[in-house]
Design a protein around this ligand. Structure first.
Ligand SMILES: *[C@@H]1O[C@H](CO)[C@@H](O)[C@H](O)[C@H]1NC(C)=O
Ligand SMILES: *[C@@H]1O[C@H](CO)[C@@H](O)[C@H](O)[C@H]1NC(C)=O
Ligand SMILES: *[C@@H]1O[C@H](CO)[C@@H](O)[C@H](O)[C@H]1NC(C)=O
Ligand SMILES: *[C@@H]1O[C@H](CO)[C@@H](O)[C@H](O)[C@H]1NC(C)=O
Ligand SMILES: *[C@@H]1O[C@H](CO)[C@@H](O)[C@H](O)[C@H]1NC(C)=O
Length: 493
């Protein structure tokens, strides 16, 4: 051989060697893969063969006894593997990954791959076998969630498991709604880590609730785990519990309650803002009708929340207002008896020995006004009686001087008789004056401003108008003088 021939020979050898090393009969398959009984397993696999022109690819998996556990022609397979095994990848692209479903106890192997390349060669990769390590139960779920969360903040919880069947990864189910993300992470030896991440906005309604993650593997096996959610939130439903009705002078017990995490502490304030007490309860002793309304504030690290304002319904017996009075207008006499009480009182009147119902009764809050309108005859006084469940009260009201009475100057102490004589004279004068149809003398009001004056009402009918004017003035005079004086004056009569 000449130099050229030698050179060609070496080139050929070199090319051949390179080719053999790059594409010889090699396989990449783990020696062992974990598999969950009843579930599925995927044996990752890729093979190589010497570079050659290949027409057809037939991938076969066999066990150590050369029994076929996978073959594209099902009839060539062991009975117990039919419809349970499947080549996953593209066999013509060096992918020999095998899936076995419904894993049985005796599916452990070892197994090896054989390739039959139509128009070239066949090869069994006996040097690299794979076994399946059977697992009866899956590993515990790896669960993580934030322990202490504040209401309104986003919560994320994650749940992850290992498996070896990426074709049918485990399914995750969460007990709480939210956004779910699935992550698949490839590990070594056919192992995968599947993770589900749930994110949601925390709510106080979640406090003390179980957050559960349930994992279901292909084939039906499942497992679950849970964690109790702890959500911090500002007080809600802050309210005061109390007995509304309380008698004046008694003691009222108020209790504040709220829903909060962590539990609230409490403060009590009067309506005007003064701090009254700290603590869940507040005792108001000797309550009175003037006792201020109060509210409580529930406080925790998340916030301060006020209750609504509470006003006790303080019950007390009637007090008759001293400005209660009888008055006359257009010849009609009526008596208003104004009573402060809770609950509202019944208001009666006693005229002589007769007990009379109020003609009308008006109630506005704690004020009851009983009005009597009747023929008072010649009575000078009427008694107003008020009673409720807690007591009763009475007040004597003076009636405007009766029409049937003579004109009299009422005066105290001495000189009564003298006055009567003077009055008689005056009456005579006035009767004359009035009969002439003129207005009553202007000095009448001046006189009355000194002392209460009673004006009779038995003048002729055509004078009625004038009398009424006089009477009306009289009423105002009484109004100015006041009840106490009236009473003392009458008492002297
Ligand atoms: C083989 O095929 C399977 C299924 O299509 C695929 O998941 C895997 O990644 C492939 N393997 C290689 C080495 O390409
Ligand atoms: C909590 O849930 C309730 C009812 O589901 C809702 O009305 C409220 O707005 C939620 N609170 C927050 C802070 O998301
Ligand atoms: C209760 O209050 C009233 C006034 O509101 C007062 O006159 C009375 O002395 C008080 N009684 C006690 C026992 O404090
Ligand atoms: C007030 O007294 C009358 C007569 O004694 C009685 O019938 C009535 O029930 C009393 N009313 C109340 C509210 O106690
Ligand atoms: C009126 O009240 C007084 C005490 O305030 C009481 O002694 C008297 O009996 C009462 N009279 C009537 C008619 O109720």
């Amino acid at each position: 051989m000449d130099v050229w021939q030698w050179l060609l020979f070496f080139i050929c050898i070199c090319v051949k060697v390179t080719q053999t090393e790059a594409s010889s009969w090699t396989i990449d398959v783990p020696s062992s893969v974990k598999g969950l009984l009843g579930s599925c397993v995927v044996i990752p696999c890729s093979y190589n063969y010497p570079n050659a022109k290949v027409q057809t690819f037939t991938g076969i998996w066999t066990n150590d006894g050369n029994q076929v556990i996978y073959h594209p022609t099902e009839s060539k397979m062991l009975e117990q593997y039919r419809r349970r095994t499947k080549l996953l990848g593209d066999i013509s692209k060096s992918n020999c990954s095998l899936m076995i479903e419904n894993l049985q106890q005796n599916d452990g192997g070892p197994f090896h791959f054989r390739i039959e390349l139509g128009g070239y060669n066949s090869f069994s990769y006996l040097n690299k076998k794979v076994s399946i390590l059977m697992i009866r139960e899956p590993n515990a779920i790896d669960f993580s969630a934030h322990e202490d969360i504040k209401e309104g903040q986003p919560v994320s919880a994650s749940c992850s498991v290992f498996h070896s069947c990426p074709t049918y990864p485990p399914a995750f189910h969460w007990s709480h709604s939210g956004e779910q993300h699935f992550q698949a992470q490839k590990l070594h030896d056919g192992q995968w880590k599947a993770t589900s991440i749930l994110t949601f906005r925390s709510n106080r309604t979640d406090h003390n609730k179980l957050l559960q993650c349930r994992v279901t593997y292909h084939g039906g096996k499942h497992q679950e785990t849970s964690k109790t959610l702890k959500v911090k939130y500002a007080p809600v439903n802050v309210k005061v519990e109390y007995q509304s009705d309380v008698n004046e002078g008694q003691t009222a017990h108020l209790k504040c309650s709220s829903d909060a995490n962590p539990v609230s502490s409490y403060e009590w304030h009067s309506e005007t803002g003064a701090l009254l007490n700290k603590g869940q309860t507040y005792t108001m002793s000797n309550v009175s009708r003037h006792s201020e309304a109060v509210y409580c504030t529930a406080v925790n690290e998340e916030g301060r929340v006020k209750s609504s304002t509470v006003k006790l319904n303080v019950l007390y017996g009637p007090d008759i207002e001293t400005y209660s009075k009888c008055s006359s207008y257009n010849g009609i006499v009526k008596c208003d008896c104004i009573v402060q009480s809770r609950p509202p009182s019944m208001v009666h009147f006693v005229l002589g020995d007769r007990v009379l119902q109020s003609t009308t009764v008006e109630t506005a809050g704690s004020v009851t006004t009983g009005t009597l309108q009747t023929d008072f005859g010649s009575f000078k006084f009427v008694h107003c009686l008020a009673n409720n469940t807690l007591g009763n009260a009475n007040l004597t009201l003076s009636l405007p001087v009766n029409d049937n009475m003579q004109y009299i100057f009422i005066a105290s102490g001495t000189g009564v008789i003298l006055l009567i004589i003077l009055i008689a004279t005056a009456v005579g004068v006035k009767k004359c004056t009035w009969r002439s149809g003129e207005t009553p003398p202007s000095d009448l009001s001046t006189m009355k401003s000194e002392r209460p004056v009673a004006i009779p009402h038995h003048a002729p009918a055509k004078r009625k108008e004038n009398y009424e004017d006089a009477h009306y003035t009289n009423y105002h005079v009484y109004g100015n003088v006041g009840t106490d004086l009236d009473e003392s004056v009458y008492a002297n009569v």
